[in-house]
Design a binder for this molecule. Sequence first.
Ligand SMILES: Nc1ncnc2c1ncn2[C@@H]1O[C@H](COP(=O)(O)OP(=O)(O)O)[C@@H](O)[C@H]1O
Ligand SMILES: [Mg+2]
Length: 325
Amino acid sequence: MGTEASWAIRTVGLAKRFGAIRALDSVDLRVPAGCIYGFVGPNGSGKTTAIAIVLGLMRPSEGQVELLGEPLGSRRYADALSQVGALVQAPAFYPFLSGRDNLRVLAASRRPVDERELDEALDRVGLLDRAHRRYQTYSLGMRQRLAIALALVGRPRLVILDEPTNGLDPVGIQEVRQLVRELGRSGLTVFLSSHLLHEVEQVCDEVGVIVHGRLVAQGPVAQLLRPRGLRLRVSAGPANGRPAARDGQLARQAAAHLEALPWRPRVELAGDALWVEAPPERGAELTRALAQAGIWVSEMVPVRSTLEQYFMELAAATPGGNGRP
Ligand SMILES: Nc1ncnc2c1ncn2[C@@H]1O[C@H](COP(=O)(O)OP(=O)(O)O)[C@@H](O)[C@H]1O
Ligand SMILES: [Mg+2]
């Protein structure tokens, strides 16, 4: 891998196995510098594992990692890490100490800090005027903002936040989302993981979708959200005189028929389903074209975006899934 400072994080073929579990499988992350990157996937999809590897807390089974242009395993990786702030697990704050004293104690446990750095971090998370109050009086949102302040001490270039809105109340969730947006506007690269699709839609510029350890989509949110379409499942229909085609094969045939329509819709195969970029009102045309080819539409669902499509497929494949993991 060449050194490219334009990527805050870059991985190639990243894999991690825990015995028989493939927590990560051939993951190629591309996190552009200066953006808010949302790493989204359901619980257990490998987000924390990837973060732990990038932070040097865990070794990959395979693959390469570059952090701020420095390859993992090189001497300079430690320099890169010193420019990264992270919130992976909730810090153990002391309830009877003030916000500022907590920040001082925990930040100083890593390296010497001066009061100006603390002021700056507290200011960035909007807690400067309440920093003298005891931690136990803080709301959930304030507590999490203080945890983010800890990650910001020392002016990192990149801050990694692993599910920073987990366990918060609705007010706290809004506070943290607002803060992340502000951090992004200030030029910091923010890498945020979440199991909520709508959260990354609201907050992030770039997104990577991870499902069962595989990165299934990555790119600018605007691009991944742009296409609206219809997701179809097809079946061979009753007694049409042909041997029943396997679902995947039939979906491929259906895609070919739809792509041949006069208005040339864009069609993508997604396992045994297919996705057609088309407004919902064209659904009848799609159904007719397929019926003429002897293919039955067994299911047709409008989808708002490619991202939503991934989540719907995932839900379909997961017992009890509801499409918004
Ligand atoms: N230390 C570990 N030992 C064994 N399995 C693990 C370990 N850490 C994570 N896993 C497994 O790896 C998968 C991914 O977990 P994780 O990275 O925590 O997902 P996420 O953060 O997306 O919820 C899960 O199946 C999890 O059970
Ligand atoms: Mg996790």
